[in-house]
Design a protein around this ligand. Sequence first.
Ligand code: NAD
Length: 424
Amino acid sequence: MAGLQQFKLDTAWPYDILNIRDQGGDVKETMHVKMLRGAIFEVDTEASEPTRWKLVTLRGKDQILFEDGYVVKVYDGNRTLVEVTRTELVPTEVSEETPLTDAAQALKEADALLITSGAGMGVDSGLGTFRGRNSGVWPPLKAMQKDFSEMSCPNWFGSDPRLAWAFWHFRHQAYALGTPHAGYSILAKWGKDLKYGLFSATSNIDGHWARTEGVGPERLYECHGTVMRMQPVHGDGIWATDPAEYAKLNVPSWDLSPGEHVEVQISGGWIAAVVGADGGTMQVSGQSRAVQGVRRAGGPDLMRVSADSELPKCRDGRPARPNVLMFGDWNVDCAIIDEQYDAMKHWLSSIPKDARLVIVEVGAGTAVSTIRRLSESTAQRFPQSALIRVNLEDSKVPSSIRRSIPVGGLGALDALSRIDALLS
Ligand SMILES: NC(=O)c1ccc[n+]([C@@H]2O[C@H](COP(=O)([O-])OP(=O)(O)OC[C@H]3O[C@@H](n4cnc5c(N)ncnc54)[C@H](O)[C@@H]3O)[C@@H](O)[C@H]2O)c1
């Protein structure tokens, strides 16, 4: 076939599967190849001029151009041939679904299911993560030029409680009013009839697992707490969040348009500014500035709970806060977190060491590595276990894990639904 065609090259590290797709996305061929980081791909046209290299093109990370009747050669960084021509490459039975098929197989054989999850699990329910492609926690952070970790700190309840409550109001409403997507019940279904059942460990604070039938509060470890519980700013005591208390907090809408004229608070005073092109940053005299407040002329501060709203408090009148482990948090009441941890430990210790425990980790990041470490250390403890890591942007699993199945490049719901389809 004359002329070059563009194909997409798929690799799923550390898998040695190479899927070659056409422009329509259909898999043209699946091969086993030894893929090396930094490898060079060379492509020949077999049909017309078998001995002459026609093309050595690698576009971006995962695109390669070649003609039909190709030969693929893979070189390492020193241009040493580490793979062979197409005739010697072994076409596999494995379809484009390889990691998904492996995941389904592991689940078919499972005796127990540990679900571990981070912020990526909530994306399909409309919730933002902290980092990466789907990040989005609270719109005013851009104007403040602060990272979420600087805002997710308990000291704001003392220094600027109306700002703190605007932040937590936004998060609580997003989590409480959002509905867990179908992936939650898919996972619960997978664990339902297993010999040793299931347990869910999450760093998410959205309370979505507690609302999932088949998991609920009794099979749950929320290592960072939840916005569904409250505690005093100082001292111990935990109670269920009253949604009405959040609902009655009056926080003006952050509905600014790029180029809009506003007033911003800098060093205590209010001065004129213009909303930046991203709708979040604030420009003062043409320069982007970090601000402590934003308002339309004469209007309320859009970053804070209005002065007419009473802030949540304990029964005895002391200031309250969410029962969430924040950054630099020495006052979080860990009583329920500890109980949940003990329940998880108890469940794990009830499972024989040779049981086939499947750990399905979904959307856990690397910056706060609690969940990844839990998945990996549990996988190490059970020699027959499998770790399925579902992650849109980073599904790599350390080679020390015996049976690891990285499911990358797919959103949580998509990946879980595809595995579920393979199971049924
Ligand atoms: N819903 C929530 O409760 C919520 C939301 C944001 C952050 N947090 C908390 O903040 C801390 C940060 O940790 P983190 O590592 O979980 O978050 P993170 O933002 O650091 O990382 C998110 C991870 O999710 C992956 N991801 C993004 N979209 C995905 C999708 N659609 N499907 C699958 N994976 C996807 C990313 O590749 C990344 O690895 C944790 O305590 C976390 O629970 C909680």
